[in-house]
Design a protein. Structure first.
Length: 184
């Protein structure tokens, strides 16, 4: 009975020591790594909807006020210079398939600017494509394409397109037989 009581007391003492050690370690780690700030910071991420500017502007660039670890501001002036905006090349894959035959429908929303539709095919295959705008009007009637690659059509003045792609002829091996992309 004495050994049982001694065992229970040992377990309780070890539990208390473990808890105190855990709390002290946690407190020490919090002092080493302060919690992140809740304040918002400016984002410098480019968006694909930014249009290229042919004229540089001589407006001052926005500056942020960085601080030291102690919270004191770092003295810095406003940087003046030329602001130029560029837009990178956009490639959107609409269809890439090894399945033949297919009848595939997709939508493109929030279009900014013109899009050029292109295709890549393997030998002995062909496909048909139809494109509608948001009112249901055909921008491209059911047109058949064959050959290794080519341009389907450049479409502009719309912010929405519905595209149907269907196989017309399949080959004996259809590995990656069709790829339709939209480029800007």
């Amino acid at each position: 009975m004495k050994s049982f009581i001694a065992g229970v007391l040992t377990i309780i003492i070890l539990g208390i020591l473990g808890f105190v050690t855990f709390k002290a370690t946690t407190k020490f780690m919090r002092k080493l790594t302060p919690s992140p700030s809740i304040s918002a910071s400016p984002s410098l991420t480019p968006y694909s909807s930014i249009k290229p500017s042919s004229k540089p502007s001589a407006e001052p660039m926005a500056s942020t006020k960085p601080t030291t670890k102690g919270g004191l501001p770092i003295k810095s002036g406003i940087v003046k210079g030329v602001i130029t905006t560029t837009t990178s090349h956009l490639t959107l894959t609409l269809v890439k398939t090894s399945t033949c035959p297919i009848n595939y429908m997709t939508e493109i929303k929030d279009i900014k600017g013109s899009l050029t539709l292109r295709y890549e095919l393997i030998d002995n295959t062909s496909f048909g494509i139809t494109i509608w705008n948001n009112k249901g009007e055909e921008l491209l009637q059911n047109t058949t394409y064959s050959g290794r690659s080519g341009t389907i059509k450049t479409i502009s003045g719309v912010d929405y397109m519905k595209v149907r792609v269907e196989s017309k002829s399949c080959a004996s091996n259809n590995d990656n037989w069709l790829r339709v992309i939209a480029e800007r």
